[in-house]
Design a protein around this ligand. Structure first.
Ligand SMILES: C[S@@+](CC[C@H](N)C(=O)[O-])C[C@H]1O[C@@H](n2cnc3c(N)ncnc32)[C@H](O)[C@@H]1O
Length: 211
């Protein structure tokens, strides 16, 4: 790891990394059909490289209000929260599953980062509509068919120069249609400078044009 986290954060990170190693083995041994029906058991994390990138970008850009779409079990949330603490910001993280959200909240608490994270449970499209905040940073990492509808909602709530990072642009390969729709929409809005980076599963990194 290239960052020295405090002991509590490092311990929680170790827990996630162990779980990720176990899940990697499962992914190689369990038939694809079975994996599909068990999808909610898995962390489905952005991975270490992408997490480090997100953490570094937030710290460098000093992004204060961070929106995460797709908390899952809280792996990416931990990295976002650690960056939020460093810039005196906060993370608003949205997840459909109350069970996953509760697990993530517990882990963030163990890491001593609770005061930097606001957990919101429900459908992200609706939750974005209801949000009263404007955002400096957005991580888009929920089910891929929701990327474009979420973008349509949060693009009216971005601060000048805000960063939007969307995961799974390159892999897994079975979401090409939804991903193409998202990338097309980012371009046609003409509100962003955007680039695809081969980090982790492929990140579309878009900056809301400065006013
Ligand atoms: C790929 S996982 C997120 C992984 C997480 N960002 C990480 O790196 O640890 C996608 C998550 O989006 C959640 N999700 C799916 N539909 C959603 C919706 N309509 N609103 C909010 N979250 C949703 C799923 O339950 C799942 O936990």
């Amino acid at each position: 790891m290239m960052i020295n986290f405090d002991k509590k954060t490092e311990e929680v990170l170790d827990h996630y990394h162990k779980r990720m190693e176990e899940e990697d083995v499962l992914f190689k041994t369990v038939p694809e059909k079975e994996l599909f029906s068990r999808v909610n058991e898995f962390l489905l994390p952005v991975g270490k490289d992408a997490a480090l990138f997100l953490n570094t970008l937030i710290k460098s850009a000093k992004s204060k209000i961070i929106l995460e779409l797709g908390t899952s079990y809280g792996y990416s949330t931990l990295w976002l929260a650690e960056a939020a603490r460093a810039v005196n910001g906060r993370v608003i993280t949205m997840e459909l599953s109350a069970e996953k959200s509760a697990y993530a909240e517990n882990k963030i608490n163990e890491a001593g980062l609770s005061e930097y994270v606001d957990f919101r449970t429900g459908d992200a499209v609706q939750l974005i509509k209801e949000a009263t905040e404007n955002f400096d940073f957005v991580l888009v990492d929920l089910w891929k068919e929701l990327y474009t509808s979420c973008l349509n909602e949060f693009c009216t709530k971005l601060n000048s120069g805000a960063w939007v990072v969307a995961d799974n642009i390159i892999s897994p390969p079975h979401h090409t249609e939804e991903i193409d729709r998202y990338r097309k929409r980012i371009k046609e809005l003409n509100l962003f400078d955007t680039i695809l980076l081969p980090i982790g599963s492929g990140l579309e990194v878009s900056q809301f044009k400065k006013k």
